[in-house]
Ligand binder design. Structure first.
Ligand code: NI
Length: 253
């Protein structure tokens, strides 16, 4: 059984076939799935999905691309959702994205800090989106040593991953691990402890090889388990078990 620790099934690209996909996934070996929010609207949509399906869990939060909407009212809405809904298992996805920089950096940092504070207050793990912002992200994490979670779609060095693991973080592997040019990520996957690896589709983005370029969905997650199994010299079934256990520990399920 597989745990997709990061999927956006509320995305409009699933508008036409969401119901049939949701029906099919358990048959395709998806045992558990975490659907984080990206802003207030998608956090609410994710909560509805989690209420309708016992194998779906959710997180609430504003992505760095939506970091301009994080007023006190939005924060209060996240606080209420996290307190009242037992399916909310994390704050996310939150973080910094200096690649697209849809929102100015200073504002992203304000939004990120507010949500780290919320995670600390509620004692929840966070789902971190960090792209080309390693230094600022690590500096902010140091302000919140009690808060850990997962570096989703990890893109840092093996050395940084080792440091993060020592601080209690998990490392999330998407379909990128199956790409031919994933040298740095392969090094990370081969050197961190196996009990800190989780797998995710980040669908509808990032489809693994040989499906690269298509719309991604959790039905392709087995490829990430296969690739990590090959790199670590265990069977694909064993890697599915390991990443399932890790995901449950990460999100306290
Ligand atoms: Ni995401």
């Amino acid at each position: 059984m597989l745990f997709d620790t990061h999927a956006h099934l509320d995305d409009n690209r699933f508008e036409d076939d969401r119901q049939s996909l949701l029906k099919r996934l358990p048959e395709q070996g998806i045992g558990l799935l975490m659907n984080p929010g990206c802003d207030l609207r998608s956090s609410q949509a994710a909560c509805r999905l989690a209420e309708e399906h016992d194998w779906i869990y959710t997180a609430v939060g504003s992505h760095p691309d939506a970091a301009d909407d994080i007023g006190d009212e939005v924060l209060e809405a996240y606080r209420q959702m996290a307190r009242e809904n037992p399916k909310v298992k994390a704050i996310g996805e939150i973080g910094l994205d200096y690649h697209y920089e849809d929102v100015p950096r200073q504002q992203q940092m304000v939004c990120f800090r507010k949500q780290m504070e919320l995670a600390r207050e509620l004692d929840l793990p966070v789902i971190l989106h960090e792209r080309e912002a390693h230094e600022d992200a690590l500096a902010i994490l140091k302000e919140f040593p009690q808060v850990t979670g997962v570096f989703h779609c990890y893109s840092g060095s093996a050395e940084m991953a080792k440091y993060l693991v020592s601080k209690g973080w998990y490392i999330g592997f998407t379909g990128v691990i199956t790409f031919k040019n994933a040298r740095k990520l392969v090094e990370t996957a081969m050197t961190i402890p196996m009990d800190r690896m989780v797998i995710e589709t980040d669908c509808p983005y990032m489809a693994p090889e040989p499906y690269r370029g298509r719309r991604n969905d959790p039905g392709y997650l087995y490829r990430m388990a296969e690739k990590l199994a090959e790199l670590r010299g265990v069977s694909p079934e064993r890697m599915q078990e390991i990443t399932m256990e890790n995901g449950k520990r990460l999100y306290r399920i």
